[in-house]
Design a protein around this ligand. Structure first.
Ligand code: FMN
Length: 221
């Protein structure tokens, strides 16, 4: 196989670690949060033990294996109050609520720094939905939502962030959006993606490829 366009032909800008350290802080955050490419975006639902609900958009979700089914997310340093982090320490559970276009603006608004006694549900008009026996609130308007139990909060001392690890205990999605192969039809639920802290995308399917084997050319299915 040959003939792929080489990027050496293009005028590429190179950033070194010193360039990045010397950037304006806001520009550095934009660059840093663009580096993983497009990311998931969802609303994280929590409550404290007194029942004060909280919602915040998080884009750092990652798959951590399927048996048991674990997901992770990264929480910023808690030099200021981090309601999501303190709530999930209290109730040991949280929800992931994927976005679709009709709730994007409300979801983005949840990133505003509201005081602890203000629920982002009330502030944005989103609706809290409680599943029987599960302590954290779901977003009723979300078409694809997940409930997790806290497994671990792992400090990342290099920059004072934390990897929060959770075990999936509930998944809720319309039956018509569950694929025959077991996956979820992300296009069907109109799931959004994001980059940086201000840019959101809709998904467009490109291709499915068969399981890759050394002795076989890539096969589209
Ligand atoms: C698109 C987007 C993605 C974000 N992703 C994260 C993230 O992955 N981790 C994080 O700690 N904060 C993230 N934030 C920032 C939080 O949403 C924001 O700090 C929020 O106020 C936290 O609320 P809380 O104190 O109620 O938890 C993101 C914000 C936006 C707009």
């Amino acid at each position: 196989m040959a003939g792929y366009p080489l990027c050496e032909y293009f005028d590429m800008k190179t950033f070194t670690d010193q360039d990045i350290a010397g950037m304006d802080p806001l520009a550095r955050v934009q660059l840093a949060t663009s580096l993983p490419g497009s990311k998931p975006i969802s609303l994280i639902g929590t409550t404290d033990v007194a029942g004060q609900c909280n919602l915040a958009p998080f884009s750092s979700l990652l798959h951590l294996g399927s048996s048991p089914c674990l997901l992770g997310m990264v929480s910023r340093p808690d030099h200021v109050d981090r309601h999501t982090l303190s709530n999930l320490r209290e109730i040991q559970a949280w929800t992931i609520n994927h976005l679709h276009p009709a709730i994007l603006d409300a979801a983005h608004q949840c990133s505003a720094r509201y005081p602890k006694n203000v629920s982002e549900f009330a502030a944005t008009g989103l609706t809290a939905h409680f599943h029987p026996g599960f302590p954290a609130p779901f977003v009723a308007e979300s078409r694809f939502r997940i409930g997790l139990e806290l497994v671990d909060i792992m400090p990342i001392p290099a920059n004072d962030t934390r990897l929060i690890v959770g075990r999936v205990v509930l998944v809720q999605v319309a039956a018509e959006n569950v694929l025959e192969n077991g996956g979820i039809d992300l296009i069907g639920v109109d799931c959004l993606a994001s980059t940086a802290l201000d840019t959101y995308f809709q998904l467009q399917p490109l291709a499915r490829l068969a399981y890759a084997k050394p002795d076989r050319a890539p096969q589209r299915i």
